[in-house]
Design a protein around this ligand. Structure first.
Ligand SMILES: O=P(O)(O)OC[C@H]1O[C@](O)(CO)[C@@H](O)[C@@H]1O
Length: 396
């Protein structure tokens, strides 16, 4: 396995280059998210004023500190708040800037403040709309036909459901052109280590799986279906589902979203309800546990994870890391040459790890030179951010 020390570090992504993808997220997507949040609930005047102040700060101003009594002030201090406060949102690492934006957005709407708005998720209306959509009905109805297919076909379908479910990201849809398909000259999957993934989960009933979730709604539902399948097939004996401790990156899953998705499954007709019951009983007998570690919303790479989380992930047979943002945190939010070995940049991870991700940012590793050349020839650099390509990468 190539060692991390053989791999020169690539530049950290910043949002200060006009025309770049990170710059567009800070300059266009964040103001659009503030607009969306204003419309999500009848917020009071002081909440609108706080949103005005955040809009001014994140577009034209500088990073402001959290309130002195913030419950997580110490975490943010240890995650680099002192070095970033007072600088523009465009000049600090992009990952830091984005993560702090969501923290300050929740501050503005009173999510952490004792009172009637405490704990009200500003993104819940859009998450629920997605869960109730006809597309979700269709996806769940497809499970009925799948039940008659051979076992390996069912495994593969549910793995791919979880993978492509990552396209269903509400923040991404606010700025990406939808409906584009990968060109016929380039494969939708730019890397596929799924055989290695399956070899790590034989039907022994003894494996522990950690799944680090990404989005709620139409991504979390297939993630839960995959977990149910792995449990019923004995590929996994125990699963830990890691979600965010608070609403984040628009549609990231929280514990409340897990419960909404689970209720959606158990109330559905046909095979979907069977999957729902498997998950319900696995939660009640302890085979499926939901975790919401504070580090899940940290603006840092997984290389910097704290000891308790490292220990838990080290004990897993496999950790499945879902989505684009988690990929950025797994390999480091850097402009790596695309052929940088995935095994080298994930050498820090405490155990076997698999990334399931659709490509929605500039960060990419582990491509072979021929695939990279074909992608560039067909699409320039659009394949990196368009969400039309995906990957399954594994480090054993
Ligand atoms: O939901 P995901 O797959 O983590 O994607 C998050 C999206 O937000 C971004 O962080 C940009 O804001 C991109 O990495 C990606 O397009």
């Amino acid at each position: 396995m190539p060692d991390r020390s053989d791999t020169p570090l690539a530049p950290v992504l910043l949002g200060n280059e006009p025309g770049s993808f990170p710059h567009s997220v800070l300059a266009e997507r964040h103001p659009a998210i503030i607009r969306q949040v204003r419309e999500s609930f009848p917020y009071a005047p002081q909440q609108h004023r706080a949103l005005d102040a955040l809009l001014a700060s994140c577009t034209k101003g500088v990073i402001e500190p959290l309130p002195a009594d913030a419950y997580d002030g110490e975490h943010w201090a240890s995650w680099g708040a002192d070095a970033c406060t007072g600088r523009t949102w465009f000049d600090v690492p992009w990952l830091w800037s984005e993560s702090y934006f969501y923290r300050q957005l929740l501050e503005a709407v009173g999510y952490f403040t004792p009172g009637p708005w405490q704990g009200i998720d500003p993104f819940r209306p859009s998450k629920l709309a997605e869960l109730d959509s006809p597309e979700t009905d269709e996806e769940l109805a497809a499970l009925d036909a799948l039940a008659d297919r051979p076992a390996d076909e069912q495994d593969r379908a549910l793995l791919h459901g979880s993978l492509w479910g990552n396209r269903a990201d509400l923040g991404f849809r606010m700025s990406a052109a939808q409906g584009e398909a990968a060109t016929s000259k380039t494969p939708p999957l730019v890397a596929d280590d799924s055989e290695t993934l399956w070899s790590l989960l034989p039907h022994s009933g003894s494996a522990t799986l950690c799944l680090i979730a990404d989005n709620a709604g139409r991504e979390l539902v297939p993630d839960l279906l995959l977990i149910a399948r792995l449990l019923t097939q004995g590929r996994v004996g125990r699963a830990l589902l890691h979600v965010k401790p608070y609403p984040y990156y628009v549609s990231d899953a929280t514990h409340a979203d897990v419960l909404d998705a689970l209720r959606r499954l158990t109330k559905a007709p046909g095979a979907a309800a069977t999957y729902g019951r498997v998950l319900w009983s696995a939660m009640t007998d302890g085979r499926l546990t939901v975790r919401a570690h504070p580090f899940a919303a940290a603006p840092l790479s997984y290389a910097d994870m704290p000891g308790d989380l490292r220990e838990e992930l080290a004990a897993a047979t496999l950790t499945l890391v879902k989505g684009d943002l988690n990929y950025r945190r797994l390999v480091g939010d850097r402009l790596w040459p695309p052929t940088t070995p995935f095994t080298a940049v994930t050498a820090h991870f405490p155990g076997p790890v698999a990334a399931l991700r659709t490509l929605k940012s500039d960060v990419i590793t582990g491509l072979d030179a021929r695939t990279e050349a074909a992608l560039v020839a067909a699409e320039g650099q659009k394949w990196r951010t368009g969400g039309t390509h995906a990957l399954i990468q594994v480090r054993t």
